[in-house]
Write a protein that binds this ligand. Structure first.
Ligand code: ADP
Length: 181
């Protein structure tokens, strides 16, 4: 567990399961069809029940680098923000830009809905094969920049890493970013 204060917003890095979070919203590592799948996506739909998928079907889909919001169904979180990160190809196909954009668009939805807390998994680093070290840097850089520059009600932005290696990479990336500032 690691925390940092970015103005009035607390940034937290924890090890855990995204579906257990009691934040106002949790973020899903969704696909463009918003059609469910494995990893985070499967876990969220399993834990949250069928209402989330019904809402996803109505929305119809979401381009890479964007996000859409539904209710939280049976989850403790009131909302699920479905973010579509890029599939990692060669690292020079706009992956960083698209990953940053997926985080930013999720935070925009949290802001526009007046949310005070949001929890993210590490987008794109499972089935989409984004290297964890680079993904951690992009995730944290983007979140820090957003909370510093936008007017929002976010008191807590939490990153929930599923395993020890994920947590370590995020901790290292945060150390690098906060010593630079
Ligand atoms: P993507 O398709 O965007 O790569 P995945 O769901 O396959 O998304 O994986 C994203 C990351 O989330 C991976 O690092 C994986 O270890 C992690 N992960 C998988 N299940 C969970 C969970 N229940 N809570 C938090 N993180 C999870």
């Amino acid at each position: 567990m690691r925390t940092a204060a970015i103005g009035a917003t607390r940034l937290e890095l924890v090890r855990g399961d995204i579906t257990d979070q009691d934040t106002d919203a949790i973020v899903n590592a969704a696909n463009r069809g918003l059609s469910g799948g494995g990893g985070v996506d499967g876990a969220i739909h399993r834990a949250g029940g069928p209402r989330i998928m019904q809402e996803c079907r109505k929305i119809g889909g979401c381009p890479t680098g964007e996000a859409r919001i539904t209710s939280g169904g049976d989850l403790e979180a009131r909302y699920v923000i479905h973010a579509v990160g890029p599939v990692y190809n060669d690292g020079v196909s706009g992956e960083d830009r698209l990953l940053a954009s997926a985080y930013r668009d999720s935070l925009r939805l949290a802001m526009e809905n007046g949310l005070r807390s949001v929890a993210f998994p590490s987008l794109s680093t499972g089935a989409y094969r984004y290297p964890l070290r680079d993904a951690a840097r992009v995730a944290l850089e983007t979140a820090i920049e957003f909370v510093k520059t936008e007017r929002h009600d976010l008191e807590l932005v939490r990153f929930v890493l599923f395993d020890e290696r994920g947590l370590e990479e995020f901790e290292r990336a945060l150390d690098r970013l906060t010593t630079e500032h």
